[in-house]
Design a protein around this ligand. Structure first.
Ligand code: NDP
Ligand code: 2IT
Length: 451
């Protein structure tokens, strides 16, 4: 029986790899889901015979386009833009836009695929999509970023809409970029509508959207610990990244009395033995969002240790929050974390842990590990709430949104437990998230018949 399941997974993956040659990140994301779903549907012919999983791995469409823009010197620049519309079975396509030089079709297809399951877990009516461009915003002036965003939207606007596809931010796309993108959309279609989320509060944004992903990642950690009779207060935390997700993860941890020992960027990490203070964090948030500086500058400002070109995973901590990018935590890092007594990991970034590292944590057995599709779903959940508020032409209070976010994260946690609980009480959060996310989308697809 075990051999049979393994064979079926291998055969399935051979097909995925043959249809999507060279797209290694996409293969990885599909494999991570298929290893739980294939055994789950083995005795459920209604899913198996209708080839629901095969259909889910094929995006509804992948749109690619040319973006031409003019830099400050008057030179013309050419980039490639994408929008992957993966699945709209349970709602309009929904997912972020990433601007980073590493963006390619494989990366965006993995992100769009993951988004389908994540959005389903939120319980809100959102399908999955992702987009972006191989544009590097680093070192670009505000005006250059504006011209790029306008050129990007000039092409993308024809493919999106408040009931069709609703993009948002991701790496390299924050409040500034969403403003430029929304402004251009509004100008092109001559309609003010909720086509993007992550908008500023003055023009249709939601309270708590900026903070939601980081906060949600902490709420997931809190839920996991509470479920196991433990608490977050006083625990030593390792965070990677220093962008939107990382900094608001740090903010919530500090507020809950935990110690944030590290933050990082692609240049290295800072280490604060006693834990960062709220004032230091506020300075870092300003450094990153306004001055667009490097994390090394925080080490200089506060006399902290800076480890150039290193990751924080060798530091002794109890809770880990990878919040930078995919595959940022490999098996060597996982072995170090386990050796140093790591208790739990809550993934802020999408697919941060390599398959080998997941296995290291799984084999350790007493490590709690929440996958990104559950742990970072707070961001898109509040995006979903922003869509609701836009449809109502209302703005809910900060307290109201925050309360809904906490409730959604608790429900996601409990669904992971329901579908991921093993003999002896061990919770496989990966399995739980995959099955809970799959079921709702699969049932909707079946209801529509063959398409
Ligand atoms: P930001 O652009 O705000 O920050 C990204 C951070 O990660 C920066 O510190 C950046 O450092 C670092 N980073 C990015 N790429 C790399 C890399 N290749 N190597 C090392 N460091 C890197 O992005 P977000 O905080 O929004 O996103 C972080 C992660 O969270 C991503 O995986 C994203 O998909 C995920 N996420 C984001 C959500 C959101 O609402 N924004 C929602 C759910 C998930 P540097 O500046 O040096 O590049
Ligand atoms: O990966 C993600 O969930 C996001 N970048 C947020 C997507 C959204 O639509 O808010």
């Amino acid at each position: 029986m075990v051999v049979d399941k393994a064979e079926r997974l291998d055969t399935f993956m051979e097909g995925v790899i043959a249809r999507n040659p060279g797209e290694v990140e996409f293969h990885q994301a599909v494999h991570e889901v298929a290893m739980d779903i294939i055994p789950y549907i083995a005795d459920k012919p209604h899913y198996k015979d209708l080839r629901i999983l095969e259909r889910m791995t094929e995006p509804d469409r992948v749109i690619t386009f040319r973006i031409v823009w003019e830099d400050d010197k008057g030179d013309l620049r050419v980039n490639r833009g994408f929008r992957v519309q993966q699945n709209n079975a349970i709602g309009p396509y929904k997912g972020g836009i990433r601007f980073h030089p590493t963006v390619n079709q494989s990366v965006l297809k993995f992100l769009a695929f993951e988004q389908v399951f994540k959005n389903s877990l939120t319980g809100l009516p959102m399908g999955g999509g992702k987009g972006g461009a191989n544009f590097d915003p680093k070192g670009r002036t505000d005006r250059e970023v504006m011209r790029f965003c306008q050129a990007f939207m000039t092409e993308m606007h024809r493919h999106i809409g408040p009931d069709t596809d609703v993009p948002a931010g991701d790496i390299g796309v924050g409040s500034r970029e969403v403003g430029y993108l929304f402004g251009q959309y509004k100008r092109l279609v001559n309609r003010f509508e909720g086509v993007l989320t992550g908008k500023a509060l003055e023009f249709g944004g939601s309270y708590v959207r900026t903070e939601a992903t980081g906060y949600g990642t902490v709420y997931m950690m809190q839920q996991m610990l509470t479920h196991h009779g433990e608490q977050i207060e006083g625990r030593k935390c390792l965070i990677s990244g220093s962008g939107n997700v990382a900094t608001y993860c740090a903010e919530k941890l500090i507020a809950l009395g935990a110690k944030v020992l590290t933050l990082s960027d692609s240049g290295g990490f800072i280490y604060c033995k006693g834990g960062l203070t709220r004032d230091q964090l506020d300075w870092i948030i300003e450094l990153k969002n306004v001055r667009r500086g490097r994390i090394e500058e925080a080490a200089e400002e506060y006399g902290l240790k800076f480890y150039k070109n290193k990751q924080p995973w060798g530091i002794k901590g109890e809770l880990a929050f990878p919040c930078a990018t995919q595959n940022e935590l490999d098996a060597d890092a996982a072995v170090k974390l386990v050796k140093n007594g790591i208790r739990a990991i809550s993934e802020g970034s999408n697919m941060p842990t390599t398959p080998e590292a997941i296995k290291v944590f799984g084999d350790a057995k007493d490590v709690l590990h929440a996958p990104s599709k559950a742990a970072n779903a707070g961001g898109v959940a509040v995006s979903g709430l922003e869509m609701s508020q836009n449809s109502l032409r209302m703005q809910w209070s900060e307290a109201e949104v925050e309360e809904r976010l906490q409730k959604i994260m608790k429900e996601i946690h409990d669904e992971c437990v329901e579908f991921g609980i093993q003999k002896g009480g061990y919770v496989d959060y990966f399995k739980g998230a995959n099955i809970a996310g799959f079921t709702k989308v699969a049932n909707a697809m079946m209801a529509y018949g063959v398409m």
